[in-house]
Write a new protein. Structure first.
Length: 320
């Protein structure tokens, strides 16, 4: 029987098997990966950086009023005359005029405020601090000696403020304007106590010359049935009387050294309106007869004196 020599085959198979086993072991060892730990992870080197300088802020310029500016502000505040309920005649605010006073005016968009000067006073100029956001014009009413100048103002929006200087042939007016959303003064005007005072002083000089209040009047034509009531200021009238055509109001001599109160006529509904009168000596002379009149003077504390005619007792000729 023939024998086969399998030694080489066995040797080849063992080598092959060993090589295959070694390769398999390498593959398995390669597949086993050791998990990384925090200790194994090295942080990248940190390059130190310089801190950024803080952002520069704009310099704040805080204005502090000096002594002179404070004095100006206090003087303006003290000189400002605000609207007051006792000073209204219907919807018209009536200020007593004084040189150097500031008169507050409130206006509103889509509303016109009328600033009326004294009858017979001629306008020279109107200057305003803000002529872009305020409409300012002028017109006139009446004719002859009764012609009256009106300054009309209207703001474009609320929250505005400016000032106005009005010059005339008699005086200078300083006004402070402020606009609100809805509240506006319809009109304003002035009484002129200084004019009355000057006239009273001249009249007092004439009185010293014994100039009569009226001529051609007999005593039996005078009627003294007037009652004087109300406050008791130094200028309170002594008496009132009429001659059937004119009314005379007699004041004490102290009126020549103080402010003269304006005279208002009061109608049956209680509404008051200014009335024209002239000064002669210590008398107001009114070229008409009336039933009720008021003398008013003052702003914060207003003195009011009422002059009322007593029962006419059948007297005629009492027209208004």
């Amino acid at each position: 029987m023939k024998r086969l020599n399998i030694a080489p085959l066995c040797g080849l198979s063992l080598v092959t098997l060993c090589a295959a086993a070694e390769t398999s072991a390498q593959i398995k060892s390669a597949e086993i990966v050791k998990p990384a730990t925090i200790a194994d992870v090295k942080a990248p080197p940190v390059t130190p950086t310089k801190a950024a300088p803080p952002a520069s802020r704009p310099a704040r310029h805080t204005h502090r009023a000096n002594a002179a500016e404070t004095s100006v502000a206090l003087a303006n505040r003290a000189a400002t005359r605000q609207p007051a309920a006792p000073g209204f005649i219907n919807a018209v605010q009536v200020y007593p005029f004084a040189d150097g006073s500031l008169y507050q005016v409130y206006a509103a968009p889509e509303r016109v405020t009328d600033i009326a000067l004294q009858p017979g006073e001629a306008l020279i100029s109107v200057a305003a601090g803000d002529t872009v956001r305020w409409v300012i014009g002028d017109t006139s009413s009446g004719s002859g000696s009764d012609k009256r100048t009106h300054i009309l103002i209207k703001p474009f929006s609320a929250g505005l403020s400016t000032n106005v200087v009005i010059t005339s042939d008699r005086r200078t007016y300083h006004l402070v304007l402020a606009s609100t959303s809805a509240t506006a003064m319809v009109a304003l005007s002035w009484t002129y106590p200084q004019d009355a005072l000057i006239a009273l002083k001249r009249a007092e000089e004439e009185r010293q010359k014994a100039v009569p209040v009226a001529t051609g009047i007999s005593p039996d034509q005078l009627h003294f049935d007037y009652a004087i009531t109300g406050d008791r200021p130094l200028w309170r009238p002594l008496r009132a009387f009429d001659d059937g055509r004119q009314t005379f109001i007699e004041f004490p001599a102290s009126l020549a050294v103080g402010e003269a109160p304006p005279l208002f006529l009061v109608d049956a509904k209680g509404q008051a309106q200014l009335v024209n009168y002239r000064l002669q000596g210590r008398f107001y002379v009114v070229d008409r007869l009336f039933d009720t009149a008021e003398l008013r003077l003052g702003l914060k504390h207003q003195d009011v004196v009422l002059i009322a005619r007593a029962s006419a007792g059948g007297r005629k000729g009492r027209g208004s």
